[in-house]
Design a protein around this ligand. Structure first.
Ligand code: PMP
Length: 455
């Protein structure tokens, strides 16, 4: 393969990696895979091994790897102007904000930042300030859900509903309350599809009432909890949460960091449920991760209260790199590719292929449920289908490693915690070809079938 390198050079790289690099979110790893290049849905490591990038990196490379058109747009923008502040304005920020309004099918003001975590921090600050200058300064709390992930900074981690990511770093941003998520396979309220009365939505209402509506600023949620286990809610859940928010003057903040930009089979995840959020946060697929950029889209009605000319009402938030012209130009090019190649529709097609052709896995003794939203998929593994005891870490790891040996990279939810990390996740590039999708499906079928033979 074109990317394989001299074993001595690889050893040197590993030496330096061991000595100098602190890897994200992982135990100390003496022998990491070192990625060298990528093309379409495939990445190649320094040994020349090719892998289908079944997670699009971290749910983010929506248009696939190696897009020369994006690289050229970035280079051209760098030569025009690589940096300008958003205290004033610049052309790519303006054009991108206008384009995002088309994607959002509504009227929103766009505040740019660098990462998904940043975008959520901005949403929390805007929500608090909005209530403050609308005569309700005591509204400051946020309701989130168990299993949710909203980022790594102190506020966004406060909103996160996964203890193992928070312990050792507390105290975090305060004022975040968590309620059970819509997790129909293990309904926290003991209901089934037939008996469901959306008690998970009522749990949000109860939290608002018991915290005191006068103290609650917003609800934050992903349309579908992705990294926390691909929890696809009942169709009525989001509309019910929207009406609860309206009833108590609580803002609905929808985190589209993963579900946005076609992943869900619609431009944004919430559009599958016909609700209009007050605030939408986005990152990852906004640039397909070719350059860091995030955004907080704020409804025009909300923005109105920040428009006054007195300095008391402006939003006192700034970051140096947010809305960098190169990143904005990368985002415009990325969105143009998604539109031109019909990748939102392609995402839905990929999900349909998964649903139809992975049907046999529904009979597998260690598959509890397969959940699909657009082209994102979670395969919940169990020890036993009847008792639904979550699969052991070893069982899940065996599947992930077997996929990797066959050239398919897949992910899983959360940390390596027994009884929690039992959901295999996939979210391949939306540009995946028929051949790529066949490869994913055939690899999964074969790996699960081998696992079944071995017991
Ligand atoms: N929200 C969600 C739903 C996410 O999945 C993530 C990242 N995985 C974030 C926010 C935080 O984004 P970032 O890592 O860019 O800060």
């Amino acid at each position: 393969a074109q990317d394989d390198i001299d074993p001595l050079v690889k050893e040197e790289l590993l030496e330096k990696d061991r000595k100098y690099v602190w890897h994200h979110m992982s135990p100390h790893n003496e022998n990491p895979m070192i990625i060298a290049s990528g093309e379409g849905s495939w990445v190649t490591d320094v040994d020349g091994h090719r892998y289908l990038d079944g997670m699009s990196g971290l749910w983010c490379v929506n248009v696939g790897h190696g897009r020369r058109e994006i690289a050229e747009a970035a280079a051209e923008q760098m030569m025009k102007i690589a940096y300008a502040t958003l205290v004033q304005s610049h052309i790519p920020a303006i054009e991108l904000a206008a384009k995002l309004n088309v994607w959002l099918e509504g009227e929103y003001r766009i505040f740019y930042s660098n990462s998904g975590s940043d975008a959520n921090e901005v949403a929390f600050k805007i929500a608090r300030q909005y209530h403050h200058q609308n005569g309700k300064p005591s509204k400051h709390k946020f309701i989130s859900r168990h299993r949710a992930y909203h980022g790594n900074s102190m506020g966004a981690l406060g909103a996160t509903g996964q203890a193992q990511r928070k312990l050792k770093y507390e105290p975090l941003g305060v004022g975040f309350q968590h309620v059970p998520p819509p997790y129909c396979y293990r309904c926290p309220f003991g209901q089934t599809k037939e008996t469901c009365s959306l008690q998970c939505a009522t749990a949000i209402e109860n939290a608002i009432v018991w915290e005191g509506a006068d103290s609650v600023a917003g609800v934050i949620l992903e349309p579908v909890i992705t990294g926390g286990g691909m929890l696809v809610p009942h169709d009525g859940y989001l509309p019910a949460v929207r009406s609860i928010c309206d009833k108590y003057d609580v803002l609905l903040i929808v985190d589209e960091v993963i579900c946005g930009f076609g992943r869900s089979g619609k431009p944004f995840g919430h559009q599958n449920y016909g609700v209009k959020p007050d605030i939408v946060t986005m990152a990852k697929g906004l640039t397909s991760a070719y350059s860091p950029l995030s955004a907080t889209a704020v409804s025009a009605e909300l923005y109105d209260s920040f428009k006054e000319k007195e300095t008391t009402s402006h939003f006192r938030h700034i970051n140096t790199f947010g809305g960098n012209p190169v990143s904005c130009q990368v985002a415009i090019t990325n969105l143009t590719i998604i539109e031109r190649e019909g990748l939102v529709e392609r995402s839905a097609e990929i999900g349909q292929a998964f649903r139809a052709r992975l049907e046999p896995l529904n009979e597998h003794p260690h598959v509890g449920e397969i959940r699909i939203f657009g082209s994102a998929m979670g395969i919940e593994m169990v020890e036993d289908r009847k008792s639904k005891v979550p699969a052991s870490v070893e069982r899940v790891t065996t599947i992930i490693q077997a996929c990797k040996r066959k050239g398919l990279l897949v992910g899983k939810n959360g940390d390596t915690v027994p009884g929690y990390a039992n959901i295999i996740t996939l979210s391949p590039p939306l540009s995946s070809t028929e051949e790529d999708v066949n490869f994913i499906i055939e690899t999964l079928l074969s790996v699960f079938s081998n696992e079944q033979e071995k017991g």
